[in-house]
Write a protein that binds this ligand. Sequence first.
Ligand code: DGL
Length: 272
Amino acid sequence: MLGVFDSGVGGLSVVRHLMLQYPGQSLLYLADQAHAPYGERPLAEIRRLAAGITRFLLLQGAQLIVIACNTASAAALLGLRAAFPDVPFVGMEPALKPAAERTRIRRVGIIATAATFQGELFASLLDRYAAGIEVRTQVCPDLVSLVEAGELDSPRAREAVERYLEPLLSAGIDELVLGCTHYPFLRPMIEQVAGPGVEIIDPAPAVARQAGRVLFQHGWLADDGAPQTSTFYTTGDRVRFQRALRDLLGETGAAAQARWLADGKLVPLLPG
Ligand code: DGL
């Protein structure tokens, strides 16, 4: 069983690729909407939340954890691997490597949260792949809230996308990395604003492939093609999350409810 989490609905952009590539695979998803957005929170707090969610997913039967969140990966991936040495984790990082390989003018843009740019993972990414490349970074705090609110093509969303991309487009980038899992849901608008001269890179298909490889290595990859049973938990508003599941993923089943207790433990409250 695959466990997947994000601060909210962003990780569903990874789940849709997991479902396409491994349709027989069961998964458990946790959207920590009680704490979304994560991007402006201190790294130490994100680490604590990520550890609580990991414990929750393992207790519910997850074997492999996919951190479908660049922010939580930046803050917590290394710590989680150390704290849960027997559990395989697949994390995310902004896809600078493919962008650096594909840019013709050696100038790339990355959009992500403030916390993602602060983590040591991003510093090491720059060390490994940015030699000879101009990397322009941009934080886009409003985009996560817009996607959480289901505003994917409103005038407000367009204004925010234009405002955030403007400095990158003026700098003349030809590759744009979506460094937050919420942003792929705004991709049609991002493409419109960026124009045909900018290639958009979303790492979600590659992350789904990597999760499949790890499942396969452990003998956990379901290959009987039977319909999957997936459960989608939120720590926030269940009705709103159910609507997002339908709109973003085409999932019509009921959402499940999880709740944070005062001692920092996360527990299931209502089944899906
Ligand atoms: N979707 C997340 C990411 O990939 C988190 C965004 C947020 O909660 O600020 O970074």
